[in-house]
Design a protein around this ligand. Sequence first.
Ligand code: ADP
Ligand code: MG
Length: 398
Amino acid sequence: MAKKTVKDVELKGRKILVRVDFNVPMDKNTEEITDDNRIVQALPTIKYIVEQGGKVILFSHLGKVKSEEDKVKNSLKKVSIRLSELLGKEITFIDVTRGEKLEKAINALNDGDCLLFENTRFEDIDGKKESKNDPDLGKYWASLGDVFVNDAFGTAHRNHASNVGIASNIECVSGFLMEKEIEFIGGAVDNPVHPYVAILGGAKVSDKIAVIENLLNKADKVLVGGGMMYTFLKAKGLKIGKSLVEDDRLEFAKALIEKAGDKLVLPIDTLAAKSFSNDSPFRVVDVNEIAEDEIGLDIGPKSVELFTKELQGAKTVVWNGPMGVFEMENFANGTKDVCESIANLNEAITIIGGGDSAAAAIQLGYADRFTHISTGGGASLEYLEGKELPGVVAIADK
Ligand code: ADP
Ligand code: MG
C-alpha cells in the first residue's frame, strides 16, 4: 500500500521531527567523514521542509555506542558541520539527546530553521534505550515535535525508538529518500515489471539464502556469481579447488538447482588464482577446469557474455552482491562488465541493493547509470528477502 509522504502533511510553523540516516563512514585515524553520500541523499527532504517553513529537528544514529569513549568518537558534531556546508545554511547542533537544553533550543527555532541533536545511540549506554525501543524514549522524542518524517531507510529494518518508537506516538510519514527506496526496492519485490532478472553475488550463500529463495519466486531469471557461485558449482559435482565454499550449504544448493531448473544461471568460466591476492598469477578457465591449488576470484568473460545475453529485454533488474573480489583490480572486471551491461539496458528499471555492490558501482563510476542505488545495505537485503521492515510498516498508509 502507498505510504504518506512529507508532501501529505502541513509543515508551516510546525515542529518537524526528521529521522535521517547520517551513519556515515569515518576514517579511523583522522575521524573525518570519508563518504558523505548519506548526508547528500537526505538533503531533498530537509530542503523541502525548510522551503515550506517547517522547523526542522534532525536526528540520527552514528556507529555503535557502548562507552563514554564511543560517545566522543561517534559524535554528530562533524556531521553537522558537513551538513551545514552542503545545505548552505546554519545548523544548530545540540550535544545531547534529551533534556532542557534540547527543549529550549527547539522552542527557539523560527520557521525554516534547522537543528541537529546528538547521536540517538547515546541512549544505548544506559540500558540500550534506543536500540531496544524503550517506550518512554520514543514517547519523549515524539513529544518534541508535531509530525514525524522518517527518511532513514538504512535503519528501516530495525525496531528502534528513533523510528518505530516515535511513530507509535505521532503521525509518521516518509521523506523523499525513504519514498524512493520503497518505490524501487519495494516495487521490485511486490510488483515488478517482467521480464525480471536478478543478479546475485557476494561472499556467502548463507548470507543470501533468503534473498535467493525469494527472488527465485519473483524473478524470471536468477544469475549467480561471486564467492557463492563455487558452492553451487561444487553442488553440481564440479571441482572448485581452494575457492570459497560453504560445505554445510551444499544440500541447499543442490535442492535449489533442481527446483529452479533454467531459471538459475551459473557462470561457465572463472578467473582462477594461486592465492587470494591481487599479485597472484591467475588464468581464465572453464568452471570444470579449476585446479586443486587454485582459488576462483571472479567470473570470466564467457560468463559475462552469458549474463549479458540473459539481461537483454529485461524490464526490471535487481543486482545484489559483486561478481568477484572487486576490491582487487585484477578481479574487478566481472563486476565492472556486468555493471556496464546493466547500465546499458535502456528500457529497464535497474536497481542495486546491497552495501558492497552499491559501493562497487559507485567506485567503478556507474553511480548515475542506474535507476536506483539503495542507501541501505542491511535494510535493502532484508527488503529483497521479502521481509517487512518495521521502519516502513510504521509509516502511515495513504
Ligand atoms: P553486498 O554487501 O553487496 O550484499 P556481500 O557483502 O555479500 O555483498 O559480498 C561482498 C564481498 O564478496 C566482497 O568483499 C567481495 O570481495 C566478496 N567476494 C566476491 N567474490 C568473491 C570470491 N570469488 N571469493 C571470495 N570473496 C568474494
Ligand atoms: Mg556486504
